[in-house]
Design a protein around this ligand. Structure first.
Ligand code: IYR
Length: 224
């Protein structure tokens, strides 16, 4: 290995097998209560909570530690309205023309459609962008690696962090989403990854029964 600077890994906390099992079970119980909701309350959310969850997302592993992500946090009602207008336009084309029947059939149990009122109701929209070029330091313009994997992992950590903090999320992926670059003032070298809708669920929020069904361990894992 080439010479590189290191420090002791002293943030590591050793846990007994019992403590590990208890912590794993506690985390599973909490994350298993996460549901994607499409019905948000207008109740304001403290911006400091969003900031801390973004810091958590930013700890994600990434290709060559280039951290090829950018989070555009939208709280302005005017900008949210613009996002809704552009997203609903794309979604109308998707649901009424582009989507093959097989896709529409797959979405039917979730009850999604082209109306996206949550894009204005929810207190925060986080538009997540992936960066083709960048690097660990500000101003770097190096090639980035494993971009989708890296941004996907960071997004997963962000969703878990927001849920853990007590907030609901919805992953929204209008396609194509190029309108987000202009609305959020992001350069063409960045590609919209997804919009995360964040807030409290509406008091009368419901979730589709179909979404609760998660595959059992035997189906999602093989042990060799
Ligand atoms: N982007 C559309 C359609 C959609 C696609 C999938 I796959 C979903 O899991 C949910 C929705 C929309 O947001 O409605």
């Amino acid at each position: 290995m080439r010479a590189h600077e290191t420090v002791p890994y002293d943030q590591w906390i050793e846990r007994s097998p019992e403590e590990m099992a208890a912590r794993a079970a506690e985390f599973y119980e909490d994350i298993n209560r996460r549901r994607t909701t499409r019905s948000f309350s207008e109740r304001p959310v403290p911006s400091a909570v969003i900031e801390t969850c973004l810091l958590a997302a930013g700890t994600a592993p990434s290709g060559a530690n280039h951290q090829p992500w950018h989070f555009a946090v939208i709280e302005s009602p005017g900008i949210k309205a613009k996002v809704r207008e552009a997203a609903e336009e794309e979604e109308r084309v998707f649901y009424q023309q582009k989507a093959p029947q097989e896709w529409l059939d797959a979405l039917a149990p979730l009850g999604t459609d082209e109306d996206k009122p949550f894009l204005e109701t929810a207190p925060y929209l986080i538009a997540i962008f992936s960066q083709k070029r960048g690097g660990p330091n500000p101003g770097d313009t190096k090639k980035n690696y494993y971009i989708n994997e890296s941004v996907g992992i960071a997004t997963g950590i962000l969703i878990a962090a927001l849920h853990h903090a007590g907030l609901a999320t919805l992953t929204h992926t209008p396609a194509p989403m190029n309108f987000l670059n202009e609305i959020c003032g992001r350069p063409d070298s960045e590609k919209p990854f997804l919009i995360l809708v964040v807030g409290y669920p509406a008091p009368d929020a419901t979730v589709p029964v179909a979404g609760k069904v998660k595959k059992p361990l035997e189906q999602i894992s093989t042990w060799l």
